[in-house]
Design a protein around this ligand. Structure first.
Ligand code: ZN
Length: 201
């Protein structure tokens, strides 16, 4: 037996369980709903917007270094190759994982979760849970290179000797991280349990 079958919903704010027909929590007044409204649509809309921002984030320069009057623009992947050629393998690998691999995997994971919740794909419950948990977890740690560029731009201002400016990609990258976080937040993981309940594996 599930609470939802009895028409009960739990409050997201205070945890009180009461009849979903009340629409508002009797204790704290927060909105009460059994499932997030239009969860899949919002998750997919934010996800696609995030993919659109992922393109300029990788194509445009993330950092413009001006050293003794010579301007050099670096894309994220360009930076990875530069560090690789300098034999700074841990730095190159870290940048590649944090800025290219993880955002890409996040889009794939959210896409698979949406497909599973919509019944287009059969996903084992425990696997779906782990995927959702990891997607939520990495969200707040994805801004690393935006922070690095912002700190470098703030610290390295040596006039004609050397200046560092953030490029267009840093804005696009920040936007992409925020959009994927909104996408993961819009997704209601309970939809997967609903699907598993309907067609148990
Ligand atoms: Zn409440």
């Amino acid at each position: 037996m599930r609470a939802v079958d009895e028409g009960l919903a739990s409050c997201h704010t205070c945890g009180r369980v009461e009849s979903a027909s009340h629409h508002r929590c009797g204790r704290c007044g927060a909105a009460l709903h059994v499932r997030k409204e239009a969860s899949l649509q919002r998750c997919l809309a934010f996800g696609f917007a995030g993919i659109l921002a992922y393109i300029p984030a990788n194509v445009m320069p993330i950092m413009i270094v001006n050293q003794l009057g010579i301007e050099q623009a670096n894309t994220i992947l360009g930076g990875v190759f530069t560090f690789w050629r300098m034999h700074a393998y841990p730095v190159a690998i870290t940048i590649f994982i944090a800025s290219v691999l993880i955002p890409g995997l996040k889009f794939v994971s959210l896409g698979l979760l949406c497909a599973a919740a919509a019944g287009k794909l059969r996903l084992e419950g425990r696997l779906a849970n782990t995927m959702y948990y990891l997607t939520e977890l990495v969200g707040r740690w994805s801004m690393v290179d935006v922070f690095v560029v912002v700190i470098l731009a703030g610290v390295i201002q040596l006039g004609n000797l050397m200046t560092i400016q953030p490029g267009g990609a840093s804005l696009a990258f920040g936007l992409m991280v925020i959009l994927t976080m909104l996408s993961a937040h819009a997704f209601d993981p309970r939809l997967i349990w609903d699907r598993l309940n309907k067609e148990p594996i």
